[in-house]
Ligand binder design. Sequence first.
Ligand code: NFS
Ligand code: SF4
Length: 634
Amino acid sequence: MNNEKSADSSVKETLCVACDRNISTVFDRFEAMQPECGFGQLGVCCRNCVMGPCRIDPFGEGAKEGICGANADTIAARNLVRMIAGGAAAHSDHGRDVAHTLLATSEGKTEGYAIKGKEKLFDLAKELNIKTENRKIEEIAHDVAEKCFAEFGQQYGELQFTKRAPKKRQEIWRKNKLTPRGIDREVVEIMHRTHIGVDNDYENLIQQGMRASLSDGWGGSMIATDLQDILFGSPTPVRSVSNLGVLKEDEVNIIVHGHEPTLSDVIVTASQDKELLELAKSYGAKGINLAGICCTANEILMRRGIPIAGNFLQQELAIITGAVEVFITDVQCVMPSLGKIAGCFHTKVVSTSPKAKFPGVEHIEFSEEEALPIAKKIVRLAIENYKNRKKELVNIPKEKMELIAGFTSEYVFKMLGGKYRATYRPLNDAIISGRLRGAVGIVGCNNPKVKHDWAHIELTKELIKNDVLVVTTGCSAIASAKAGLLLPEAAKKYAGKGLQEICEAVGCPPVLHMGSCVDISRILTTLCNVITEGGLGEDISDLPVAAAAPEWMSEKAVSIGFYAVVSGIYTVLGLPLPVMGGKNLTEYLTNDIENTVGGKFAFEPDPLKAAKLIIEHLNKKRELLKLKPMMYIK
Ligand code: NFS
Ligand code: SF4
């Protein structure tokens, strides 16, 4: 079942081009790396001091302790929580940068931004106890930005947005000392505890990992989402197109790849600039075509309907189409190989973040203060590079697929409740009456260990077939988009009768695209709203919901998995966490942890088996809530 590299035929086609031209991609490098180090996979290799490196032999007669005496559980737990630190830091630093942009914009110090999400600004100001009467928008935005900024350096107390969680959930966190105090503090404490000779108790280490992960999901990521909605406007449903086929033969193609809409949003504006469009025409191009890869793509798709060229494993392939003039990167999930591959074509890769430079890549540093002029400079560079495109090297696959994206917790509210009675009632009622079994978030990356997109698509289809509403973000959302699952028509084709009825009544797809990975915070907010609406228990862990990351690979995904579990959500990973060498630790994460936080991990590579685990879980939760039997599919 896993012998092909991708479920996406455009990928197969472009890989043939790569092969013909002797260009090695992530897929080739993955093969060349086999066999991967087993100690690393099991999490039992330690480099935290220079008495080592040490490795534990989980099977044979080799060492059972590191030189300092650390056992397999300790080593694996230390490594794992360091992954959480990396992931939480990445998401949260993104949030910090958005807060910075909002602050600078409110002070009139930026060029290219406006405060577009006024309604969200007022809502958030109210939530944060910031006065709004008789004040200018800029003043309110300033105070909101400052208050969010303060969350990063806060030393005591509780993060503001943890108060969005149901009361019962907040109590569980408090009781177990899991409520994050400050975002940066929790990440730093992980680094301290995992230094040699500090925290050597795997449960205690995981406790800090849990707290740091919450500072991501209910902290940095939530700040990123909310402040981006204030700056760029909250998304509403929007039609667009996905896959490599969105690149155009007769236009200047620009790709944005990375994560932060502070850059990509102004690139959208620059690419629509009249003068630049004229310039493109004077170079013989019919227009300027902008497309995205990974999460920055999701950001500008959600808000501005910009097409998606592909997900994580397609970034190199976009260049191999030979049709990309400029490939702009910011931070996260950008492969260091891009510069080398671009060297085989006319494509210019341009890095923009002072935090992320790449070998062989031109750097044009981005700053919020001069965002628009810089964006225009980069677009101009692309236009000027159009003449260098070599026709004989252009191979744009035909595949593209329509999609609808742009769902938010606020919009779900309006969509289901109708114009006059905005409420979650119909959603709750659908679950209570057994028309809908529950809801599942399918998120996360691609990973060459799994046939590209295949696990996302199979799991998603199997769940909607069983009347489970799927919400999705990140590279998983892009996989679903390319497979046509983000269209209302997909309900008729793939969904069970109950879900079909709902989709038809509302006109929505059976799979709702809720944005980038930081926007998983939207899913958390939605769950809180469902609890508030009533009839489905008092806590997130009571709900018939689950999470899955069938093809995950990044540290961010580990942090997300943890904050899902610690929020009370059963979470099924397609690849195991690298902890299996620590038997007690593995048992803890896949079982005992549930007694404390109400959620736990399962590892299951087969998407159909994963679906089965999830459906059993939803059924169990339905039983505990004494809900009606499922209406159509038992
Ligand atoms: Ni999420 Fe988005 Fe994709 Fe994975 Fe990377 S882009 S932040 S980490 S690979 S889903
Ligand atoms: Fe080895 Fe302990 Fe040093 Fe890790 S911290 S490298 S297990 S001696």
